[in-house]
Write a protein that binds this ligand. Structure first.
Ligand code: ASP
Ligand code: MG
Length: 469
């Protein structure tokens, strides 16, 4: 393609009502002298409603399942009424009626055969993005843009892991074949995020929040100029603003910093979004659809990001830690394998791991299988469990080679008990655990030190450290 397109992805809160749709139309319009592909999520809250309707159907009450969506269909109709002219509105109303009928039939099948729920759940939730993308296509067209509605299932091909499907290599060719001719003809394609299909044509979904991932997949296939994630906050922030009101937008991040933050962060970016963009070195920009003039956060390769600095303090509370102590570890091999096999068997993901000569500490986010995990672990050693812990992670390329950062972090919070400290050789994060009860002050103090100038003492320390380096 002669001019590379920009991918603009709008999340559920950017399309929650008629005013939000109008706003998106303004944003796309002002970008449209460039080549643009629009990716859109279901309207805010609809995916949750669709998923819980499936649960109702599994419980056997198909009519209740279908009825539970009435309000959401009504929301779509209200938006259509407010933003579309009569012809487009009639077409959209008949799309809604069609979706309603199909969902009703699907609910009946799920209620009669609850074991079919995995593929049919995806078939049902897909209506969220199918409808929002049709509606947005019509809205953009009313605003004078040459748009075409494209069913994402023709572009993104996946395996059969319903609910968390994995894209296949043929996605690239399929996406190019569908979109390149349109883009070259000056059209703006509008695609629903999150949804995809198998080789056999069954509908799949990419996991919750997966529209970002769709945007990255499409952007990579088209070798986009930039992938823009439009959300309701001004980019990626230096800390969770609910904990640190002084948190501010980070102007530039490296892919690796962004990946670390996506894992902990305030759900601004789906963790899988970074990898495809990074492979092709496509910049990713996180923008605020409610403040479109703000620059947001630009995510680029390591060499382009400001390398010497700390960018953010991320955290995750409600974590459980497990410590296994056994003298059998001393000089033995196979112990760690046996240990991780236990977590594997009970399908429990482990996040942070630290080891000493005779003990291993692990953190887990989802502790629901712990009652089964613990007896198995007790065969290996003494087990201690602590709940209510917070993982704190200081993130920045500056950690790669700047001396003294760990000392500064821990001196800032020297009166707070920390455990499970970990920092890898080439890593961009320094991670440790504190009690949930001390999390807020830990984060507030670190933020003050790194981002708000700190106390006079901190500043003197830092200047002295800089001079000494
Ligand atoms: N609508 C989907 C969800 O709510 C995908 C997305 O919003 O990114 O998970
Ligand atoms: Mg999202």
């Amino acid at each position: 393609m002669t001019t590379k397109p920009t991918i603009m992805k709008f999340g559920g809160t950017s399309v929650e009502d008629s005013e939000a749709f109008r706003n998106v139309a303004r944003i796309v319009n002002s970008a449209s002298p460039q080549r643009v592909v629009v990716v859109v999520s279901a309207i805010g809250g609809f995916t949750d409603a669709l998923l819980s309707s499936v649960e109702k159907a599994i419980d056997g009450d198909a009519p209740a399942a279908t009825r539970s969506l009435d309000q959401d269909f009504e929301r779509h109709l209200v938006i259509g009424k407010r933003v579309l002219g009569s012809e487009a509105r009639a077409a959209f109303e008949s799309a809604i009626a069609g979706a309603r009928n199909q969902i009703r039939e699907l609910h009946k099948i799920v209620a009669a055969h609850p074991s079919t729920n995995a593929p049919l759940r995806d078939e049902i939730v897909a209506f969220g993005e199918l409808l929002s993308s049709q509606l947005l296509t019509a809205v953009l067209r009313e605003n004078g843009l040459a748009t075409s509605y494209i069913d994402a299932r023709r572009l993104i091909k996946t395996d059969e892991s319903y609910g968390a499907a994995v894209p296949l290599a043929e996605t690239t060719a399929a996406t190019q074949a569908e979109l390149v001719p349109l883009i070259e003809a000056g059209e703006t394609p509008v695609v629903g995020g999150f949804i995809a299909s198998t080789a056999k044509g069954a509908t799949t979904t990419l996991g919750r929040g997966g529209s970002d991932y769709s945007a990255a997949i499409i952007g990579t296939a088209l070798d986009a100029r930039e992938i823009q994630i439009w959300t309701d906050v001004s980019g990626v922030l230096t800390a969770d603003p609910r904990v640190v009101p002084a948190a501010r937008t980070i102007p530039v991040l490296s892919y690796q910093e962004a990946a670390e933050l996506a894992y902990f962060g305030a759900k601004v970016l789906h963790p899988k979004t970074i990898q495809p963009a990074m492979d092709r070195k496509i910049p990713v920009r996180v923008c605020n659809s409610r403040a479109p003039r703000e620059a947001g956060t630009l995510i680029v390769s390591e060499s382009e990001a400001t390398p010497q600095t700390i960018k953010a303090i991320a955290h995750k509370s409600g974590i459980t830690t497990v410590q296994i102590t056994s003298a059998r570890m001393l000089g033995a091999y196979g112990f760690l394998r046996a240990l991780f096999e236990v977590f594997d068997r009970h399908q429990t993901a482990v996040d942070v791991v630290t080891t000493s000569e005779v003990s291993v500490s692990l953190s887990i986010d989802d502790a629901s299988a712990l009652p089964e995990v613990i007896p198995d672990l007790e065969k290996l050693g003494a087990v201690e469990v602590e709940e209510g812990r917070t993982i704190v992670s200081v993130v920045g390329e500056g950690l790669r080679g700047t001396p003294g950062i760990a000392a500064r972090v821990f001196s800032t919070i020297s009166d707070i008990n920390v455990s499970m400290i970990s920092v890898g050789a080439s890593s961009v994060n320094l991670t440790f655990m504190v009690d949930d009860a001390r999390a807020r002050e830990t984060i507030v103090r670190l933020h003050r030190t790194y981002f708000e100038g700190g106390t006079l003492e901190d500043r003197i320390d830092r200047t002295v450290a800089d001079v000494l380096v």
